[in-house]
Design a protein around this ligand. Structure first.
Ligand code: SF4
Length: 276
């Protein structure tokens, strides 16, 4: 008798993702908030990938796992926004805005007494990324947690600048809870097992927004001059990293929907061939 404990290729369970992927294909690219070359969600991303996107290249569609992760993220965003709205009726969500070359929608604009107008940004993630962000290690809580991803801070900073905000709050929700035992050992509260928030004042985020806008203007300069930019992205420390799709250590390339195109075009600053 076959060992039933060996997992099988799914017969039923993946249907909903098949449907979601088809719906995404039928719907096409998500419309932009405004007709700008870039989106806030591009912040810190590979310059080359941003160039392809602004040139209208379709890229490869999301695969099943990415569709699942994105779908859960969207669902959780809606739950969080609804709950904030019930408690803060003056809060606004999904408001479109633009700043010079970039545009997008805010996760939330929440007026507050102590922090002024708050630009709220939410990220959902797996347990490993969450633990890294709060500094959870097997040896104890690190005094130097990674915090939110640098790209998330840049995205929030552009949104904050466009909406004249005072403060950014980034919320993380983990889709996998830290165990009760580990939380007790580390002194984490019930909420802290799955949720974290960071408050970022204007003197921190404003210069970052200016730097990112300057970077995006540089990408646009390359495009206007007829070139694809050098594939440089911003890493988690805010430094520049020169990507290479043929090198598996660059995770950005492994998840990039323009990888095939990029490999065909080659590295460095190369002439663009529109519509290729
Ligand atoms: S494959 Fe890598 S280098 Fe090329 S566009 Fe994508 S992220 Fe940038």
């Amino acid at each position: 008798m076959a060992d039933w404990k060996i997992p099988q290729e799914p017969r039923y369970t993946h249907y909903f993702l098949e449907d979601q992927m088809q719906e995404n294909l039928d719907r096409g690219r998500k419309p932009q908030a405004f007709d700008t070359p870039f989106r806030y969600s591009d912040s810190g991303k590979c310059a080359r990938a941003m160039a392809y996107s602004s040139m209208g290249y379709e890229g490869e569609p999301f695969d099943g796992p990415s569709t699942l992760v994105t779908g859960i993220g969207t669902y959780v965003h809606e739950l969080v926004q609804d709950a904030i709205g019930r408690r803060h009726p003056d809060a606004q969500f999904e408001i479109a805005s633009q700043v010079i070359v970039s545009s997008g929608h805010t996760d939330g604009l929440i007026p507050s007494d102590d922090l002024g107008l708050v630009q709220y940004e939410l990220k959902t993630m797996g347990g490993t990324a969450f633990k890294k962000s709060i500094g959870f290690t097997n040896k104890g809580m690190s005094p130097n947690p990674q915090g939110p991803r640098y790209t998330a801070v840049l995205q929030a900073a552009l949104n904050a600048q466009a909406n004249n905000c005072d403060t950014i709050i980034i919320g993380h929700i983990s889709l996998e809870a830290i165990s009760r035992q580990a939380a007790a050992r580390m002194g984490l509260s019930e909420w802290q097992r799955v949720i974290a928030e960071w408050v970022i004042p204007k003197q921190v985020w404003e210069p970052l927004a200016d730097q990112e806008i300057a970077r995006q203007l540089g990408i646009l300069d390359d495009l206007n001059a007829g070139y694809l930019p050098i594939p440089i992205a911003i890493d988690d420390e805010g430094g520049e990293v020169n990507l290479d799709p043929s090198n598996s250590r660059y995770w950005q390339c492994q998840y990039c929907s323009y990888k095939t195109q990029c490999e065909a075009d080659g590295g460095g600053r190369v002439p663009k061939e529109e519509g290729k």
